[in-house]
Design a protein around this ligand. Sequence first.
Ligand code: CP
Length: 333
Amino acid sequence: MKHLLGTESLSHANALAILDTAEEMAAVGEREVKKLPALRGRTVVNLFFEDSTRTRISFEAAAKRLSADVINFAAKGSSVSKGESLKDTAQTLEAMSADAVVIRHHASGAPARLANSGWIDAAVINAGDGTHAHPTQALLDAFTMRRHLARLAGTASTGTDLAGLRVIIAGDVLHSRVARSNVWLLRTLGASVTLVAPPTLLPVGVEHWPCTVNYDLDAALDAGVDAVMMLRVQAERMHNSFFPSTREYARRWGLDDARLARLDTLGLADTIIMHPGPMNRGLEISSAAADSPRSTVLAQVRNGVSVRMAALYLLLSGDLHDDAATPFSKDAR
Ligand code: CP
C-alpha cells in the first residue's frame, strides 16, 4: 500500500498495524530525546490548500520526529493564488525530491487525483479533502478510543481492536469528512456507530453506511454509549439554512451542560467526550463538556502526532500490505 487516501478500504490488519506502530511512536514521544532516525534523508511535503491548525502542525512534528526534511507549503501566499494548477504545483514539489506529500484540499478526490495521476512518484497522504475523507483523524480517534478501553481494562492496547465499543457521532454529518472516515474505520475495527443529526445535516444515501441513524440525541444517549464524538458545525460550507437558529441547534443537538450531567444520571461513568476540533463552544459542545474530565480533545491532538508518525513511517518503509481498491483509491497503489 503506497498511499493513505481514506479508511473505506483500509484493512483490519493495516489499521491495527498503524495503531500498534503509533503506540511505539508514543513511547518515543515520552523520552527525553523524542527523535528517531527512521526517515533521515527523506523529504515530506505538507501541501495545504485549506486552513488547518492541528493536522498541519502534527504532520510537521511527526515528520521531524522521524528526522525527515520537511517542506511546508500553504496555498495562501504561493503561486496557486496566481492560478497555478495542482499538477504544476505537485510537479514543482516533485522536482524537490519529495518522498511523501501530505495534502489537504477543498475538493473531494484531490489526493486521489494526485496519487493516480502519474504526476509524482511520492506517497500521498490525505490530510482532509472536501467532505470526503480525513483518514489520519479517524485513526487518531480510534487510537484514543483504544487507549481508553485498555485503561478501563487495565491491559495494553496493542493488538486489540474496538469490538463492542458503542460510539455516537453527532452533529453536522453532511459536511464532515471526519464522520465519514470514522464510520468506515470503526466498522472495520468492530465498533457500533450511531449518527445523530437533524435530517437536514445527513447526506443522501446515509442509509447505506454501516451505522444506525437517530435524530434524537437524548434517545441515543439513553441507549448507552462509550464515546460521544461531537462534530463541528461547518458554517463555512453552509450556503443554505440547515437549522432554525444556533440556539435551537445547541438545545436539540448540542452536548450542553444538561446532557453532560445526564451521562452521570444514566450511570455512564466511563463515557468519553470527543471532538476533532476546532470547536464551536456553546454551539455543538458546551465549555463544561469540552473541558470536563471526560473530554479527550487534547489527548486526540497529542495522539495525532504518534498516529501520523506511524502512517509516514509505515508508508515510506513499504510495510503496509495492499488493501482492496475503492472508487477513490483504485489504481493508487
Ligand atoms: N481536526 C482537524 O482536522 O483540525 P484542523 O482543521 O485544525 O487540522
